[in-house]
Every structure is written in structure tokens, then in C-alpha cells.
Design a protein around this ligand. Sequence first.
Ligand code: ADP
Ligand code: MG
Length: 345
Amino acid sequence: MKLTELGEFAFIDRITPGCQAGDPRRVIRGIGDDAAVIEAGDGALVVTTDLLVERVHFLRGTISFRQLGYKALAVNLSDIAAMGAVPQEAFISIAIPPTVSVEELDDLYDGMKDLAAATGVNLLGGDTTGSKADLCINVAVTGSVPRDQVLYRSGARPGDRIVVTGTLGDSAGGLTVLLERPALPDDAAQALLDAHYLPELYLTEARILAASGAAHAAIDLSDGLASDLRHVCRGSGVGAIVDERSLPLSDALRLLCAATGHDILRLALAGGEDYRLLATVDAIRVEELRAEVAVRTGRSLFDIGEIVPGDSLELRRADGTIGALTMSGFDHFPVPARPSAAEAP
Ligand code: ADP
Ligand code: MG
């Protein structure tokens, strides 16, 4: 059987049985969340790892080595934040093809070291090997969090509000800028490219949410809202209704979609690589959390919908109609040629 017939998530389900043959008392959470959670005295140790492969995750020549270093670490820090934890240590393994120079590797590490310094992370090891053609970078990161504050994908409750920490679809918009070179104002194009190359991190938001006790579940948005919210719903045994009108969309993404005809809703729901945090929180505490985030970070929390009983994921359209929210965004809806929230059917 080919892996494409099975899919990534079914593959992970397939290899999961038999993975825990060691001391079960050390394992609080194994495969299936943004990071594993391991017993560590009165706290919990969280561990995550992510692999970036040339031609799969990035195209050499379209991203600088410094940006690549930043991103390789950032995507792991995002998974640590999604558990409500504070990142601590990182380990970096790279497979280097002969076409990459030492100076380029210096730049890669400068990008990683800058971010590690900004986030208080120690780079403590890794592995170096050759590669025939493609550059591969694997980063593993540990973090710590009080045991009773860990945010799992499985804690969402009906009645919770769904919040995200930033605009959606910008990274996919940046990729579109790269691939299609549309005519856009420079600042809009740059904002989208930055979202793609240098995803923002939400480490302070993660701690505010986790320490509050008001957040019941969290995930970081790596695959796209539709796919990642589905993980939370499946893990928690709940459904969700997302409000189209509440989706935070940047002006830059609106300009891009107006210029290219790309469907803004599809980019926002299924674009991927946004690395915003999504959390489900006690409805009566959303305002309090939003205020704390504003004071401590100058940023915001966006309330985009509600957790409901059942198992369906739905989108409430701007006109009030409700339809299924599918993996690819919203396949069940016809897409207008020049989409905007107000004009969508
Ligand atoms: P994320 O998008 O948050 O990085 P993934 O979808 O990559 O999460 O992974 C989901 C879960 O599956 C995680 O617990 C991860 O550690 C685990 N996982 C992914 N690939 C493998 C693998 N090859 N072997 C064992 N566990 C894996
Ligand atoms: Mg994740």
C-alpha cells in the first residue's frame, strides 16, 4: 500500500499501537497532541519535533537561510505554546547536500540563534549528516508547564468559545505572492511574505491561557483552521460552528484576493502554516483573557465561533446559512470569482 492511499493521520494511528513499551508511569500523553507530555516531578515536560524538507516544505532560493533557521525553530516553539508550556531546550539535526555552503549554514544558525535568544531557549545538541540532494532540518524542542495547566487537544467543552491569536490565511497568501508574483502594493506583499517566512509566536498568550484555567483545549494552526479544529473536535468528542464574519482577515490578504481572484475563505480556512494558536475557552471569560493579552502583548484574541455538542464542524456563512466545514476549507460551497465575506453566496 502507498502512504498516499492511507494519509498522514491514518498512518500515525496505524503506527501508534505498541509504541509505549516503557514505564507507563512516566507518560502523561503520548502520540496524538502537539507535543508529548512526560512526568517531571511536580511539573510536566513537553517534547515536540518537526522536520522541514527541501522541495516539500521550502524551496531553496525563495527563502533565505536565516529565515529558514528562524522558521525551523519557530514551528516547534509553536507546538510547545499549543500545550500551554514555556520552551526550554532545542536540538537540531541537519542533512546537508554538497550544494549548501558553510556560510549559508552560518546564516541558518544565526536565524535559529536569534529566535532562541529572543525566547530564552538553549540549543543543546543535534546531529549533522550529508544528503545527496535535499536539505533537511529537524528540530526537537522541550518545554515545561505545571501539570494541571497543560492544554490538550482533548479538553474542549460544548459552550466554549473558539479563539485564535491572529489573522488567518496570511502565510498561504505569502506563498501565493511567491508563486504568482501578483501586482500588489509593496507593504501588502511584504506583510504576507513575512507571515510565510517568519511566523509570529504566541508564547505569552499560551501562558495566559494555560494559567487562567479558562482555556480547556488548544492547538496551533499548522495545517489550516478546518483541519486543526477537526483535531480538537475529534479529540474532545465535540462539534464546532465557526462564524465566517468573525474570521480575522488582514487587509493584505484582502488585497491579494481582490487582485488574484483567490478565494479568501479557502485561504483562511485551509491555507496552513499560519501558526496562530487556537484555544477553546470558557465563554464568560473571553473578555477577561482578551484584556490580559492586550495589556501584556499589545495583541488580541479573536472569537471565531463556538464548541457545540455532537461531531459536526460547521461554518455559519455571512448570510446566516450553515454548511459543513470540510478539510479543504469549504468544498461544499460554490466559490464566487471575486470572493469577499459579504458577497459570498
Ligand atoms: P503537529 O502538526 O502539531 O506537529 P503532527 O500532525 O505532525 O502534529 O503529529 C501528530 C502526532 O503524531 C504528534 O503526537 C506527533 O508526535 C505524532 N507523530 C507524527 N509523526 C510520527 C512518527 N513518524 N512516529 C511517531 N509519532 C509521530
Ligand atoms: Mg501542532
